[in-house]
Design a protein around this ligand. Structure first.
Ligand code: FO1
Length: 328
């Protein structure tokens, strides 16, 4: 069985994994998933990227939103709102079961790794889904705010540091980002470094480089483990023709001083990925990517469904010169 490790964020990574499981025996796949988007709300521990990947691979994801469960109802949120409780972060009635399960198990001493294994088994998934760490690790986003309401000073941009979900959902990621940092003192979850060592190919999934891939690599030990295998690392650009397919990745790259193109992605990834897969739309930039010392593979990377994702997964494995092996 071909061993593949995938560094993954949310929606883009989930779609890619839905294709990869068609091409490689899932028992050989380990997804190493960002947990710095996680939040505590209503006393519940919520892990959006773990849930997006689990729901997508179980065929249960809501296809329009890309998060949460299909056919969801919102009775609990509606009732909570009428009580005056916080309802800015929409938790569907069935999605709540996941958070109740996870929170109960964590409270009784289970690790996030253990709980994630239980939740993926409950949905009959055969790949291994690992949180990047079991420790507290949170993205903190510094955003520009309008000048203070009462101050006449309109020249100085005021900033404030908020949580990722406050930025992404609370502010609809519609405010400029001035800085991103990660708070915590994490170690890699059990099995993460082993999976990176054993993999025949390490894939950097088409997720947001700043707030999905970087928070995984920034966990001490992980960037080093990936960079040590640079020749086997294939990254898929989440930016196509200078734009993100979903979410604020292009704007965040620009706001933080990077080029919001495959060049910006290539520069961020050059130190640990020998190959970057870019969409046909960016074919003209391939020579410039290669001038950075990164091999550039050009192919369709926009995934509307599992068949296109499977084609992309095949291209990624070919780029790493890995035979996907018989799909049992
Ligand atoms: N994204 C939103 O834009 N609005 C929401 O109300 C929202 C709720 C939500 C609940 C559970 C969950 O797993 C994800 C949820 N997301 C929501 C997406 C979430 O913000 C993810 O972190 C992003 O998709 C980025 O990965």
């Amino acid at each position: 069985v071909t061993a593949v490790a995938v560094i993954a964020g949310g929606v883009g990574a989930a779609r890619f994994l839905a294709g990869l499981v068609e091409v490689v025996d899932p028992s050989g796949i380990t997804a190493i998933v960002n947990v710095a988007d996680d939040l505590e709300l209503h006393g519940l521990s919520i892990s959006p990227d773990l849930d997006t990947i689990t729901y997508t691979l179980a065929g249960a994801i809501d296809p329009e939103r890309g998060w949460g469960l299909a056919g969801e109802t919102w009775a609990a949120m509606d009732e909570l709102g009428s009580l005056g409780g916080p309802s800015w972060f929409s938790l569907g009635d069935r999605d709540l079961a996941t958070h109740l399960y996870r929170t109960g198990r964590l409270r009784s001493g289970a690790t996030l790794t253990e709980v994630t294994a239980e939740l993926t088994a409950a949905r009959s998934l055969r790949l291994t889904v690992l949180p990047a760490t079991d420790d507290e690790w949170r993205t903190r986003v510094t955003v520009s705010t309008a000048a203070g309401e009462h101050s006449s000073d309109t020249t100085h941009q005021h900033t404030e540091e908020i949580s990722f979900q406050e930025y992404f959902v609370g502010r609809r990621h519609a405010v400029p980002v001035r800085n991103v940092r990660f708070a915590g003192d994490p170690t890699p979850a059990p099995g993460v470094l082993e999976a990176l060592e054993a993999a025949e190919v390490i894939v950097i999934a088409p997720s947001n480089p700043i707030v999905s891939i970087e928070p995984v690599l920034a966990i001490p030990g992980i960037r080093e483990a990936v960079a040590a295998r640079r020749d086997q690392v294939v990254a898929v650009s989440p930016i196509v023709a200078g734009a993100a397919l979903k979410g604020p990745a292009d704007r965040m790259l620009a706001e933080l001083g990077h080029e919001p193109t495959v060049m910006g992605v290539a520069r961020l990834y050059a130190s640990f990925a020998a190959t970057l897969v870019v969409d046909d739309a960016d074919d003209a930039l391939a020579p410039a990517v290669e001038a950075l010392g990164v091999r550039c593979v050009v192919c369709p990377t926009v995934m509307h469904g599992p068949s296109e994702a499977a084609t992309l997964a095949r291209a990624v494995l070919e780029a790493a010169a890995v035979d996907p092996g018989r799909r049992r």
